[in-house]
Design a protein around this ligand. Structure first.
Ligand SMILES: Cc1cc2nc3c(=O)[nH]c(=O)nc-3n(C[C@H](O)[C@H](O)[C@H](O)COP(=O)(O)OP(=O)(O)OC[C@H]3O[C@@H](n4cnc5c(N)ncnc54)[C@H](O)[C@@H]3O)c2cc1C
Length: 567
């Protein structure tokens, strides 16, 4: 295959914005997007609530500066302040650019773009398209990419970077339709493969494909991961499935109620109540449950999210998808009854370490979106800031790669380079002797993470989690694929995804044990306070000689000094 200028792995919001911007920067470039699902089925399409931008349509006194401060405070001061400046300053431009290319934003009465309140934000600045914001953004971007001539390789599963010395020569991927392993020689590669919270299995709001493949590929190639221990739990996952009820439901005025009928958030965030930041609201719900004020059911303990007082009209017009989901997955109509909810693993703040231009430490390799850690979210992401992150930094990474592609020699990937990936797969497909089943391991991984590396963390629990993951990794060596077909071998794909999740789970648990403090979403019962002296820094995990090697990086400060975080 002729070398590409840019190969983008991932067709979510980050990957598609990167592709669109790269084409705009230099229309002569040869750009490919690879995606293991059809691009418009990427997890971005599940984003309901919206994207933040200080447009000041709803609150006239809102400003970019307030958005910057809310984001830094929300991050518990672990975000890099120069990166947050970029995120919030670019936000109004991004929302308008999307509007110009056809995104149907919801409107206010005066026809300006509507904005709703979101957790941890001082002003209502979340722009939305009913409760289908990600879906509409993704459709708009996909149309633009097709129109501009981006080449799509859909249902291709990325396996590895081809690295020679310290240089990437491109990507190795499997065509899921044929089972063939193919080479994508490229001057530059952008990872935009989304998050890894699906490792928590059914205690996760994420799509089945959010298995951290890009991070694991980069990690195996020696690129450092940053702040992997910091995982966000969203307060309102459906009790049985972990599926998400958007923060927009509380933004529209929904209440959280315990079994004594109390709006208990008054105990934890007197002012912000249900619209406190996610880490705080999740801890509050979990505390209510642990102290016996939750409801009980065969599917586990839970709390009520009550929308009934909002009325049928508002629920049907602003939260239609939520109503459909709760009807389908809990058998509950939120117009008539409260929704049973419990916190759910939702977002990976950590990821591939990049600079503000999307560059990693490896020349010609970039990352953007949830798989990257720039870092704009630090220890806790605010609702509405992730769609913004993938759009702003997807665009920047696309622009940087387009500008820099000319600097790198075109890569070439030989048959020999492909052989290792092919042999790995073949070995998996030959059942012999004692073997392990993929399904059991995947569930055990989710269980140990939810139990031992969950919302409340503690040394003995984390040691247990690390030990369990090590044992699962050992057992994984015996996992075999029993579907021998070459065509859409989804069992093979799941096994490869499990391998990626196991590699990353280790970095999450080891990082969580190392960080002896509580900051944002990372709560240590045995180290309950934030320790700025020892831990105001990013953690790094790099694979050296097959071993996870810890490192660290300073946090970039700016106008805002460290302060206590109260709501
Ligand atoms: C239910 C839900 C609701 C959310 N709501 C909001 C919200 O309202 N506001 C907000 O700001 N954020 C929200 N978020 C977070 C936000 O949606 C995500 O962080 C963001 O969409 C991630 O975008 P992305 O482009 O980085 O990755 P994704 O959209 O996850 O796309 C990843 C892409 O990578 C591809 N890929 C992955 N692995 C491979 C591989 N091995 N080979 C080839 N391709 C691969 C996939 O096919 C896919 O195209 C929500 C998240 C969830 C789960």
């Amino acid at each position: 295959m002729k070398p590409f200028d840019i190969v983008i792995v991932g067709g979510g919001g980050a990957g598609l914005y990167a592709a669109m911007e790269a084409m705009k920067t230099n229309p002569a470039l040869n750009i490919a997007v690879l995606s293991k699902v059809y691009p418009n089925r990427s997890h971005t399409s599940a984003a309901q609530g919206g994207a933040n931008a200080a447009l000041a349509n709803k609150a006239k006194d809102d400003s970019v500066e307030m958005h910057i401060f809310d984001t830094i405070k929300g991050s518990d001061y672990l975000a890099d302040q120069d990166a947050v400046d970029v995120l919030c300053s670019e936000a109004p431009k991004i929302i308008r650019e999307l509007e110009n290319i056809g995104t149907p934003w919801s409107r206010m009465e005066d026809n300006t773009i509507a904005q709703r309140p979101f957790g941890g934000a001082g002003r209502p600045r979340c722009c939305y398209c009913a409760d289908k914001t990600g879906h509409t953004i993704l459709q708009t971007l996909y149309e633009q990419c097709l129109r501009k001539g981006v080449l799509f390789f859909n249902e291709y599963f990325a396996l590895n970077l081809s690295v020679h010395g310290s240089r990437s020569r491109g990507l190795i991927a499997m065509n899921m339709k044929t089972g063939k392993v193919e080479a994508f020689p490229a001057k530059t590669v952008i990872f935009a493969t989304g998050g890894y919270a699906k490792m928590y299995w059914n205690r996760s709001s994420n799509a089945a494909g959010n298995t951290g493949d890009g991070q694991a590929i980069a990690y195996r190639a020696g690129i450092p991961m940053k702040d992997m221990e910091i995982v966000q739990f969203h307060p309102t996952g459906l009790r049985k499935s972990g599926l998400l009820v958007t923060e927009g439901a509380r933004g529209e005025g929904g209440y959280l109620i315990n079994k004594d009928g109390e709006r208990f958030m008054a105990r934890y965030a007197k002012e912000k109540m249900e619209l406190g930041p996610r880490d705080l609201v999740s801890r509050s719900i979990e505390t209510e449950i642990l102290e016996g004020r939750g409801f009980d059911s065969p599917a586990g303990k839970y709390i009520h999210l009550d929308l009934r007082h909002l009325g049928a009209d508002l629920i049907k017009s602003r939260l239609p998808q939520i109503r459909e989901m709760t009807l389908n997955f809990e058998g509950v109509d939120p117009i008539e009854e409260p929704i049973p909810i419990r916190p759910t693993a939702h977002y990976s703040m950590g990821g591939i370490d990049t600079d503000n231009f999307g560059r990693t430490v490896m020349d010609g390799v970039y990352a953007a979106g949830e798989c990257a850690c720039v870092s704009v979210h630090g220890a806790n992401r605010l609702g509405g800031n992730s769609l913004l992150d993938i759009l702003v930094f997807g665009r920047i990474a696309g622009h940087t790669a387009a500008e820099e592609a000319g600097k790198f020699e075109p890569g070439s990937i030989s048959e020999e380079d492909l052989r290792e990936s092919v042999e790995d797969i073949r070995a998996r497909m030959q059942p012999s002797g004692h073997y392990e089943r993929y399904g059991a391991l995947r569930e055990e991984l989710g269980q140990t993470l939810a139990l031992n590396v969950g919302i409340f963390r503690e040394s003995s629990l984390l040691h247990k989690g690390i030990q369990d993951i090590a044992e699962l990794k050992e057992r994984f060596k015996k996992v075999r694929v029993f579907d021998s077909s070459d065509v859409f071998n989804t069992n093979l794909q799941q096994v490869l995804e499990l391998q990626n999740m196991l590699d990353l789970a280790e970095t999450v648990a080891v990082g969580a044990l190392a960080r002896e403090e509580s900051r944002g979403s990372h709560t240590r019962i045995d180290f309950p306070v934030r320790d700025d002296e020892k831990w105001h820094k990013h953690t790094l995990a790099t694979l050296v000689d097959g071993k996870a090697t810890p490192g660290e990086k300073p946090v970039t400060m700016g106008r805002y000094e460290l302060q206590e975080r109260t709501y």
